[in-house]
Design a protein around this ligand. Sequence first.
Ligand SMILES: Nc1ncnc2c1ncn2[C@@H]1O[C@H](COP(=O)(O)OP(=O)(O)OP(=O)(O)O)[C@@H](O)[C@H]1O
Ligand SMILES: [Mg+2]
Length: 229
Amino acid sequence: MISAMSSIIKFNKVSKIYGKRPNDFVAIDDISLEVEAGESLAVVGKSGSGKSTLVHLMALLDRPTKGEILINGKDSTKLASKKIDLLRNKNFGFVFQQFFLNPQDSVMSNVILPLMIGGISRSERNKRGIAALEDVDLLEKSHEKAVNLSGGQKQRLCIARALINKPTVIFADEPTGNLDSVNGKMVEDLLFRLNKEKKITLIIVTHDEDLAKKCQRKINIQDGKLVKK
Ligand SMILES: Nc1ncnc2c1ncn2[C@@H]1O[C@H](COP(=O)(O)OP(=O)(O)OP(=O)(O)O)[C@@H](O)[C@H]1O
Ligand SMILES: [Mg+2]
């Protein structure tokens, strides 16, 4: 039995180095941090500072060169790739600046895509698809092709897809970067509502100071290092 542990993600002296010497590049430089279950965390910093790299490491989309990444107290760096994929699928949802939708497929088939991997029955997929589309107020578009949605609707569809596996954490990398202010606000409100009502931990990479301020906590990355402020 693991004792009650509040930190859902913990970095112990994590570095990510791309390439080989002498042309190697330290993208994440000896970062230690903890993310508490249920919090909302903004990751800010200049372009190229390492925000996406950091978040990819947190989300187990990438492996560190050095250090440990603990998920619910368990060291992920010791796990085989298949176990990592399972852990990621079960716990994490993703929302990116680019939508990564299948444009010619229906809204419903896009939203249930993550379930096609898991061997879940058609009726269960449909039930969960409907619930996720309801959560983002997009059920009436379920038979529409994804390509025909507006930008804001596309991002809400991505959020529905991120929700389909009932994640404990949603990672959002510049989620409002491609949206106008009205749709951006709608997507922001939706993410914070999911954080509050479903207690989903929210990790948002953003250039937008106003969005960062809405998060409970902010971390600042500079040249791959965590800087205090
Ligand atoms: N696969 C890679 N190989 C080599 N260098 C990389 C690779 N991926 C990222 N980098 C470098 O690591 C640094 C951090 O990149 P990252 O994408 O994390 O920045 P970012 O803070 O997300 O920037 P932006 O705000 O522009 O999205 C950059 O200098 C980038 O060029
Ligand atoms: Mg980035």
